[in-house]
Design a protein around this ligand. Sequence first.
Ligand code: ZN
Length: 62
Amino acid sequence: MEIIKCDKCKKIKKSEQGKSSFRSKWTSGNVRGGNPWEMISFDLCEKCSQGIVKFIKTYLRK
Ligand SMILES: [Zn+2]
């Protein structure tokens, strides 16, 4: 089973079977980096996804 961690706080996303009601509001996606071929994928927990814009900006800053 794939283990997904929050990129920010390293919290582990639990995806246990039979617990569909325990759906967390995790945010995952991709952002394009500074280069066209560069894609950054991220997974953020419910808490950290609230500051997602800030997080992405931090990522893109080089
Ligand atoms: Zn987090």
